[in-house]
Design a protein around this ligand. Structure first.
Ligand SMILES: Cc1ncc(COP(=O)(O)O)c(C=O)c1O
Length: 447
């Protein structure tokens, strides 16, 4: 399959065929999925996506931060074909590929993490991390953060930091024993302070108020993302993360880092926690671990992981040889093609470019990111900072009309554009995407 590189658009978006397929969606599916622009994907290769009309879009979504090595990388396609012909699923009978992958994950993560449990989805890893923390510590409280996203199953939603809105509204009550604490969302500081002058006051608030008032002193774990993805690419100050690690140790609780989204080069380091110099006891991985097929992993310390007795946890598709082999090949591609470095350099370029856009566009309130994951916060105006989810949606639509694919806006207030191209993207392609965002911002800013 070949997609001729470069954006190509037919006159009317969306076309007839697209409209027909969207009608089927309306008729036969619940309305639970996010409202994406009307691009019906037919094929994707590298950083380009072709829809059913033959339009070619530049992809700033990577699916949903999955296709780190690019869509349908030829090396992945090759092993997928080969392995499909051998064996795909064999439940939890051991296979060479599963064990090679477990070993690889142990080798590329910090020395204290020496066992890997392979699963299928990100939510399974965060749920398993919660279970293991309780089992290991004999305590039950889990501290997580406002705005956090750890998946959509019940345990994962219970540690999620947004219980209102479309995501969770009406699903409660959630698991007991979960404590939510403020996260350093510096652009909208709930304490109206400014970093660094605030000296991470929000962290002191956790120690002085949240824990004394909410905790019985039975904390099993603290769980955080390295940057909050769903909340709008919110990056905590380095010292905040260090303080969190110290607090977890003091409380004899585990530190769970959820890198389902941040890992495998996305932030310009192989793992996001490397930016902060902290070490998790349990590490949740997913998405970019295969750049394609569903596989996730919980990597942890053997003293914790070995609390699980035989038969206590397994999963129908977890660690199947098909997905394991793809993950192994994917990790090799990331290393051999130096995609982490490409993401780091791309991040430097985006940082400069987005800051320049920030100085020119009145509806752009904040830009933040690392490597190839950025959030552009859309507001009514810079002074009021009032979130504008409507304008954010408009910009995503205008970008689509110009041949750039972005996911529907994210963020606690639904007003953040998410920029997350495959890590293999070139400088020229980044420039093209930025130009489109620039013109979409100009047009939306005038309306
Ligand atoms: C940080 C984080 N944790 C967990 C999940 C859940 O992963 P999944 O949708 O594979 O269950 C996601 C998915 O977006 C995520 O971003």
């Amino acid at each position: 399959m070949n997609i001729k590189e470069g954006i190509k658009l037919t006159k009317n978006l969306p076309g007839e065929k697209t409209r027909k397929i969207l009608k089927l969606k309306e008729t036969y599916e619940p309305r639970s999925m996010s409202e994406q622009v009307p691009a019906v994907w037919e094929r994707a290769r590298g950083v380009y996506v072709e829809d059913v009309e033959g339009n070619v879009f530049l992809d700033f979504s990577s699916g949903v931060l999955v296709a780190n090595v690019g869509h349908s990388h030829p090396r992945l396609v090759k092993v997928i074909r080969e392995q499909a012909d051998r064996v795909i699923n064999c439940y939890d009978f051991p296979t060479e590929y599963r064990l090679q992958l477990a070993r690889k994950l142990v080798e590329i993560t910090p020395f204290n993490l020496n066992k890997a449990f392979l699963l299928t989805t990100g939510a399974e890893t965060t749920e398993t991390a919660v279970k293991l923390s309780r089992l290991y510590t004999g305590k039950y409280e889990i501290v997580s953060f406002y705005g956090a996203f750890h998946g959509r199953t019940y345990g994962a939603l219970s540690i999620g930091g947004k219980k209102s809105g479309a995501g969770t509204h009406g699903f409660g009550p959630f698991l007991p024993g979960m404590i939510l604490a403020p996260f350093p969302y510096c652009y909208r500081c709930p304490f109206d302070r400014r970093y660094p002058a605030c000296k991470t006051y929000c962290f002191d608030f956790i120690v002085d108020w949240v824990l004394p008032c909410e905790s019985e002193g039975r904390i099993a774990a603290f769980i955080t993302e390295t940057y909050q993805g769903g909340a709008g690419s919110i990056i905590p100050p380095l010292e905040w993360m260090k303080k969190l690690e110290k607090l977890a140790r003091e409380k004899e609780a585990l530190l769970i880092i959820d890198e389902v989204q941040a890992s495998f080069g996305r932030t310009g380091r192989l793992f996001g926690f490397e930016h902060y110099g902290v070490t998790p006891n349990l590490l949740c991985l997913g998405k970019g671990i295969t750049s394609s097929v569903p596989l996730s992993a919980l990597v942890g310390e053997s003293r914790v992981m070995d609390m699980l007795t035989p038969g206590s946890l397994s999963s129908t598709h977890g660690g199947n040889p098909f997905c394991s082999r793809v993950a192994l090949e994917n990790i090799n591609i990331i290393m051999e093609d130096d995609l982490v470095e490409n993401a780091r350099q791309g991040g430097e370029f985006l940082s400069k470019s987005f800051r320049e856009l920030l100085s020119r566009h009145s509806i752009l309130g904040d830009v933040r990111g690392m490597g190839l994951v950025w959030g552009l916060e859309i507001v009514e105006d810079k002074k009021s900072k009032k979130p504008s989810p409507e304008k954010a949606r408009e910009i995503v639509q205008k970008a689509y009309n110009r041949g750039l694919l972005m996911i529907a806006p994210i963020g606690t207030f639904g007003n953040v554009l998410r920029i997350a191209p495959p890590l293999s993207i070139s400088r020229k392609e980044l420039e093209t995407g930025i130009e489109i965002i620039d013109s979409a911002l100009s047009e939306a800013g005038k309306e």
